[in-house]
Design a protein around this ligand. Structure first.
Ligand code: MF3
Ligand code: CO
Length: 289
């Protein structure tokens, strides 16, 4: 199916194809001939969609900032859930986790050996020395955003602090690798290399993901990938990078009772930071962090 170069561009911009997406499509075809894994068309966002996602991400950041201002020792994770729910609604959003595949709360709160998807509870109290990941996701005008940060409660043991810092560095190392027409595997390799160099392991079973029009879209983003392999990174893609880094072994298990909470198998602590980015013509745009 060849598009006439003088015909209107199928993207709906109203411009002629040759002045709009022709060069982009030629580039895609070149990589396809070389045997690259291409992203499906429908995960390449239009400028309008990107704007919607950007607005959603602004709320996500504001809610995380609000948690950062209010989180403290002695608070239950249920109270964090309440903060997130109320702030998100106040800003016109909807917490994406609430009722997502049966998830019962508005946020994930994952303490110490909980790797991710910890469910807030009245009985769970933040104590001095805890490290906790607060993972926030927002729907605004139908657009999704997702990011998470670590918080340290009071004085935290030096080894735990180092885990939190190195995990954040893993995200930064990954971001240094992100470029248009690069590879998804570049991200995972950078994360795994940095974690390994610091004596840590990276969780393999859970990854980042495409996001924007839905909570979880293609592609799946491995945090232990191999440089130069995997899907091509193309301008207009929106993905999360959210490594879970373990102090002990990489093995994890899921709580049999709630079917959500992911723990480290060996009981050692785990940390996670999550950013959301758009691939651009000259690098990436940090949408939420
Ligand atoms: N925010 C998580 C992620 O990063 C998704 C959690 S799903 C939930 O992908 F239902 F547990 F919220
Ligand atoms: Co995510």
């Amino acid at each position: 199916m060849k598009i006439e170069r003088n015909a209107p561009c199928p993207c709906g911009s109203g411009k002629k194809y040759k002045l709009c997406h022709a060069a982009f499509d030629d580039k895609i075809k070149k990589y396809e001939r070389e045997g690259c894994v291409l992203p499906p068309r429908d995960i390449i966002k239009t400028p309008e969609q990107l704007e919607g996602i950007r607005e959603s991400a602004k709320i996500n950041i504001a809610v995380l900032d609000y948690v950062a201002e209010n989180i403290r020792e002695g608070m239950s994770t249920e109270e964090i859930d309440k903060l997130v729910y109320e702030k998100t609604i106040e800003l016109g959003g909807i917490p994406a986790p609430l009722n997502y595949e049966g998830y019962p709360k508005s946020v994930c709160t994952s303490i110490n050996d909980v790797v991710c998807h910890g469910i807030p509870s009245e009985d769970e109290i933040l104590e001095e020395g805890d490290i906790v990941n607060v993972d926030i996701s927002t729907i605004y005008n139908g657009y999704y955003s997702d990011s998470s940060r670590m918080f340290m409660i009071g004085e935290v043991h030096e080894e735990m602090k180092r885990l939190v810092d190195v995990t954040k560095e893993c995200v930064e190392k990954a971001l240094e690798q992100v470029r248009p027409w690069g590879f998804l595997g570049d991200i995972g390799q950078a994360i795994n290399d940095h974690a390994k160099a610091n004596g840590y392991t990276v969780v393999r079973e859970i990854g980042g993901h495409g996001i924007g029009l839905e909570f979880h879209e293609e592609p799946w983003v491995s945090h232990v990938g191999t440089k130069g392999t995997g899907m091509l990174l193309v301008p207009g893609m929106v993905i999360t990078i959210e490594p879970m880094v373990n102090m002990g072994d990489a093995e994890v298990c899921i709580d049999e009772e709630d079917d959500w909470t992911v723990f480290t198998a060996d009981g050692y602590p785990s940390a996670q930071w999550e950013v959301m980015i758009a691939i651009t013509e000259d690098g990436y745009e940090l949408l939420a962090y």
